[in-house]
Design a protein around this ligand. Structure first.
Ligand code: PGA
Length: 253
């Protein structure tokens, strides 16, 4: 079986209007057949999920929420539960994004969100990443902690899990400031090893590891080839269909 890449678009709050969201979704719906080697996932702001789901219809482009509540129903004003996400036509939850962690979500919260996503039948895209660029190697233990705390309850064999490694210092910058290829390759090996200590070995080998942080059409092909990743979690470049398609094209090379 040919390995498939995953390219996910995290729209953050860059997209705020339904019309804008529909436009991007319509373009991707038209183009998706050109990229049989890529699984696409879009993460719009939660209230736009049904709108985007409606445009995408039965295409293979999947949808997810940018975060989910640790609660499942009840008196939790403002929260969006896994069930709400699922009922909006989405099948993924992005969990532990650094911008959520910066807003106060801890490793414990992330663990509870992973559990909530699983319980709602959502696939989990777990974000991990160190805040500061570290030359001494201390960041490896941060990553190990983020992984092990989030995945304590993850089934040893089941459940769909993707890890998105996003060094915080590389997010929202220019492609030149993205992570160095050799450093990325080393981190991917480390994440794989950490997963193998926690999950069933065969399952751990299959978990796709994505990279995120200033990816665009100019650096995507090389990051894939030399960074050892299975695809990308893309922020800014996912909010413009032409830029997103350039990244999809890079996955064909
Ligand atoms: P960026 O964001 O592609 O704009 O750097 C990535 C992310 O935060 O997921």
């Amino acid at each position: 079986m040919v390995k498939k890449y995953i390219v996910a678009g995290n729209w953050k709050l860059y997209i705020e209007r339904a019309e804008e969201a529909k436009k991007i979704a319509a373009v991707l719906k038209r183009k998706v057949k050109l990229f049989p080697g890529v699984d696409m996932v879009l993460f719009p702001p939660a209230p736009l999920l049904p709108v985007v789901a409606q445009v995408l219809g039965k295409t293979s482009v999947a949808l997810g929420a940018q975060t989910i509540s640790v609660f499942s129903g009840g008196a939790h004003t403002g929260d969006v539960s896994g069930a709400v996400v699922k009922n909006s036509g989405a099948s993924w939850a992005l969990v532990g994004h650094s911008e959520r962690r910066a807003a106060g979500e801890t490793n414990d919260t992330v663990y509870a969100q992973v559990e909530a996503a699983k319980n709602a039948g959502l696939h989990v895209m777990l974000c991990v990443g160190e805040t500061e660029k570290d030359h001494g190697g201390a960041h490896f233990s941060d990553i190990a902690r983020q992984l092990s705390s989030a995945l304590i309850g993850f089934s040893k064999t089941g459940g769909k899990l993707v890890v998105a490694y996003e060094p915080v210092w590389a997010i929202g910058k220019t492609p030149a400031e993205a992570m160095q290829l050799a450093d990325l390759e080393e981190m991917v090996i480390f994440i794989r090893k950490t997963l193998a200590e926690m999950l069933d070995r065969t399952a751990a080998l299959k978990v796709p590891i994505l990279y995120g942080g200033s990816v665009d059409g100019s650096n995507a092909a090389q990051l894939l080839k030399e960074g050892g990743v299975s695809g990308f979690l893309v922020g800014r470049a996912s909010t413009d269909s032409d830029s997103f398609i350039e990244i999809l094209n890079a996955c064909k090379k």
